[in-house]
Structures are given as C-alpha cells and as structure tokens.
Design a protein around this ligand. Structure first.
Ligand SMILES: C[S@@+](CC[C@H](N)C(=O)[O-])C[C@H]1O[C@@H](n2cnc3c(N)ncnc32)[C@H](O)[C@@H]1O
Length: 208
C-alpha cells in the first residue's frame, strides 16, 4: 500500500489510537512554538489537524497541506475557522503557495515519509519570509535505526508505512545548503526517562 493510501486507511483511528509518538509531538510542538511569535503559518502534512487546532491560538492565518483525502476530511470537520485553509497537495511536488507567504512553517511526523529533504528545505525557503522559522518535529533517527516507524492496526494485522531514514546531519546539512541556520535542537523522551532512546527530535531553523 502506498503512503497516501495507508493514511487514508489510518485516518479514522488516527486521533484515537494509542500513539505515544503523536502525543509527544503535541508536547514538543506546544512547548517549542509557545516561545515564538508568528502570524502566517504553513503546516506540512497537517493530517487530521491535531496541531492546527493549537496553532490557531496564535496564528492569524494557517494553510495546511496534506495529500490524504481522508486525513484532510477529518481536519476540515474538526478545525472550522475563517483563518484556516486546507489544501490537498503532495509535498514532493512544488507547493502551490504564494512565495514568502509564511513566517512559520511547521512539519510534524511527516518527513519520515519524504525521501528528498532537499526539496522540502528548498520549497520552505521560497515560501518563508525573511527570518522566517521552520519547525520540524520527527521520530528520532535513533528510533528509526532500531526499526521504529509509523504503523497502525488493521483487521488483517499491523500495517507499517513506507519510511525513509534521515540522520541528524541530513537535516542540518540540507537546511544549511538551502539557506537556513539552526536556532535550536531538542530531543524528546518518554515520560522524562532520559535513560531510554529519545522518541522525537525537534529543530527550529531560521531562514537567513
Ligand atoms: C503521522 S501523520 C502526521 C499528521 C500531523 N502532522 C500530526 O502531527 O498529527 C503524517 C501526515 O503526512 C502526510 N504526508 C505524508 N507524505 C506526504 C506527502 N508526500 N505529501 C503530503 N502529505 C504527506 C500524511 O498524509 C499524514 O497526514
């Protein structure tokens, strides 16, 4: 099953499944982005609108991009606001958004499904205004090294999704060659247990 079809199947249970990664991502998103000011947000892989809901507290305008019809359907039901627009689009193609639209781009738990990080940073640079921020929260590569990946239960067993491993240096180098500097990097652990492998990694990059 391709990534898009997998998310179409997962959509109905995505918000209610037991999912430590999704839940920790809410924490990493809120704790990090509470410290920044922003108005116009571009959300990559917005899914069911889990983070859109919180971003609405601070943003004046949000555009959420996602290629899954079913994930977007739930987002549109859940997040009803004049400030928010959801657009079906494939992040691997050029994003049909006005250049320099955003002062914040966010991407949560989406880049593990994207092979070419360079394309993402290149597009992000075009769509951000000067000094704009790019927040990324992802499954930590250490988790990926031991086989963790996005998955959900179906009637026929566990469905694993297609993923790509991105090392920490991949993010940093790709950001650098596309005109970003690293502002902050943080590792997020389950229940503050720093003896375990971190579950998530987050970055804030700034467009130079
Ligand atoms: C794990 S979900 C995360 C959703 C949301 N950001 C969150 O944190 O709950 C990943 C999302 O990325 C979307 N996605 C994956 N690859 C994509 C692509 N190439 N273009 C657009 N959306 C994509 C999926 O449809 C899915 O909604």
């Amino acid at each position: 099953m391709c990534i898009k079809e997998s998310y179409n199947s997962w959509a109905e249970q995505y918000d209610s499944n037991k999912n430590k990664t999704r839940d920790l991502d809410i924490k990493s998103t809120i704790e990090t982005l509470s410290r920044y000011n922003f108005k116009n947000v571009l959300e990559l892989g917005c899914g069911t609108g889990k983070n859109t809901f919180w971003l609405l507290n601070k943003a004046e305008r949000i555009i959420g991009l996602d290629f899954s019809t079913e994930m977007l359907k739930i987002a549109k039901e859940k997040v009803v606001s004049d400030k928010v627009e959801f657009k079906q689009s494939d992040l691997n193609k050029d994003w049909e958004i006005e250049d320099q639209f955003a002062d914040l781009i966010t991407s949560s738990l989406t880049l593990e499904h994207i092979e070419d990080l360079n394309h993402i940073f290149n597009q992000a640079n075009q769509k951000l205004s000067e000094n704009g921020l790019f927040f990324i929260s992802e499954l930590h590569p250490f988790k990926q090294y031991i086989g963790s990946k996005a998955k959900f239960k179906t009637e026929n067993g566990v469905q694993e999704l297609k993923v790509f491993i991105h090392h920490i240096s991949d993010y940093v180098q790709s950001a650098e060659i596309n005109g970003f500097s690293l502002v902050e990097i943080k590792e997020w652990f389950d229940e503050q247990s720093k003896r375990e492998i971190p579950r998530l990694i987050s970055f804030v990059f700034r467009k130079l």
